[in-house]
Design a protein around this ligand. Structure first.
Ligand code: SF4
Length: 205
């Protein structure tokens, strides 16, 4: 089984998943999208209105800003994998609940294991909590941490920068560090046994 087939298999499972109550209000599950082999994975929080309509991640205003940010470092959205902590939209865009995150985490974990990226960028506090349970984004944004030969970089969610224009430059500055971090990630030992780098051991959920 190759990686493409496996990502497709996960997406198929997600599309019919009923493991948490979010399934009952979704229009479309949003498994995430991107190449099977990517140096970068971006992990957001959960689908919003437009994502729920289209079944694709980051397609609203925040997605446009993410594409703009990727463009500043010479990348297109097709070059990276983009996913979320929960794959179905929380009603009214409320925060995902702990039991929902717990139910959905195995999908994300499998996606990360398959893609085996050098750098994981967390967007927003719920994905950040996978790796930095006690941290405040205002204190650690843009600062990479190496966990089992993989660099984890917490960043503000693009939507936060849209709501607070003062954050836009901060987010752009954090993005500008990514090419160097990809290089750095390439020069570390390749990520080993996926289970050994299981972030669940470091997370709240
Ligand atoms: S949010 Fe995740 S666990 Fe919950 S129904 Fe959707 S795919 Fe399943």
């Amino acid at each position: 089984m190759n990686a493409e087939e496996s990502l497709a298999q996960i997406a198929e499972e997600v599309s019919t998943c009923t493991a948490c109550k979010l399934h009952s209000s979704r229009k479309n599950a949003v498994p995430g999208e991107g190449p099977a082999h990517s140096d970068l994975i971006f992990i957001g929080e959960g689908p919003g209105f437009h994502e729920n309509e289209q079944g694709r991640p980051f397609v609203g205003a925040a997605g446009k800003f993410l594409e703009e940010l990727l463009g500043t470092i010479g990348l297109r959205r097709e070059d990276v994998f983009i996913g979320n902590v929960v794959k179905c939209r929380p009603p009214g865009n409320r925060d995902p609940m702990v039991d929902e995150i717990e139910a959905c985490t195995p999908y994300l974990k499998r996606q990360i294991e398959l893609i085996n990226p050098k750098v994981i960028i967390t967007l927003g506090r719920f994905s950040m909590a996978r790796y930095f349970p006690e941290a405040k984004i205002s204190q650690i944004h843009g600062q990479p941490k190496e966990i089992n030969s993989r660099l984890i970089v917490p960043m503000y969610h693009p939507a936060a920068a849209l709501h607070q224009p003062s954050l836009r430059e901060t987010v752009k500055e954090d993005f500008s560090k990514l090419p160097e971090l990809i290089e750095r990630g390439a020069s570390t030992d390749p990520p080993g046994d996926p289970e050994a780098s299981d972030p669940e051991q470091l997370s709240l959920f």
